[in-house]
Design a protein around this ligand. Structure first.
Ligand SMILES: NC(=O)c1ccc[n+]([C@@H]2O[C@H](COP(=O)([O-])OP(=O)(O)OC[C@H]3O[C@@H](n4cnc5c(N)ncnc54)[C@H](OP(=O)(O)O)[C@@H]3O)[C@@H](O)[C@H]2O)c1
Length: 217
């Protein structure tokens, strides 16, 4: 399987890349800073230099041509810059969808967010903007003709993975390690029959392979 990851240098994207490369898949991705290439290669992957906020649909299509499936795990992160959130978390996804069409690729796994995440906390205004941008991207993708999966992880941690999750259309928002999110993504990519589904994933007790296999039934 040939996989292209937008966000390959990130904490989740790099974990996905390593898992897939270790399995023998061909992995590449988009990275923004030349000095990141050595780290990407150390994962067993390759990369194309580019910024999803400024690249054109055609340039992105050229970078992803030949891939079987895309993973979008990029995010503008915790910054008080609504325009950057729009450019990456919303418009970056729209641009990726356009590039997939140009490249003739149908599969996209989008890493999104629980809509109720941290709504009980007093988060900065930019957090609401981030949540709205993520939802707009989800809506746009759901209404596309692509073979999408939207995976909404709960709050991400860098704790070691457990190999177990709770995964379904609706979960309670708690937290989950990036290791377990990455393993869930890698497992989902091997199940193309799981398509056009919004899934929530959080820490839980079901082995990841079983949790994903259940979705195919
Ligand atoms: N943090 C949470 O608790 C949480 C919860 C639910 C969902 N999520 C979502 O889960 C995903 C992964 O989160 P994470 O914390 O693991 O990610 P992360 O470590 O913050 O990585 C973000 C990735 O996006 C890339 N990126 C940012 N702006 C970009 C641009 N303009 N063009 C291309 N790439 C760009 C970064 O590249 P650089 O290395 O160049 O910065 C990096 O590879 C994100 O979509 C996030 O919104 C996060």
């Amino acid at each position: 399987m040939k996989v292209f990851i937008i966000g390959i240098s990130g904490a989740t994207g790099s974990r996905v890349a390593r898992l897939l490369a270790d399995e023998g898949n061909t992995v590449s991705g988009l990275y923004r800073h030349p000095e990141q290439l050595a780290g990407i290669q150390a994962l067993g992957a390759s990369g194309t230099l580019g910024d999803v906020a400024t690249t054109s649909e055609e340039e992105l299509a050229s970078a992803i041509t030949g891939a079987d499936v895309l993973v979008f795990s990029a995010g503008a992160g915790e910054q008080d810059d609504d325009s950057m959130i729009d450019a990456v978390d919303r418009d970056g996804v729209l641009k990726t969808i356009a590039a997939l069409r140009i490249a003739g690729i149908s599969r996209l796994l989008l890493v999104s967010v629980f809509p109720e995440a941290w709504r009980e906390r007093h988060m900065p205004k930019s957090f609401e903007h981030y949540m709205a941008a993520k939802k707009q991207a989800d809506v746009y993708l759901v209404h596309s003709e692509l073979d999408w999966v939207i995976l909404r992880p709960s709050a991400l941690t860098d704790d070691p993975g457990t190999g177990r999750v709770s995964l379904s259309e609706a979960e309670i928002h708690i937290d989950i390690s990036r290791d377990d999110v990455a393993a869930t993504i890698a497992t989902l990519l091997h199940r193309p029959e799981v398509r056009r589904r919004i899934l929530e994933v959080t820490a839980g007790g079901t082995p990841i392979a079983s949790a994903v296999a259940t979705l195919s039934n």
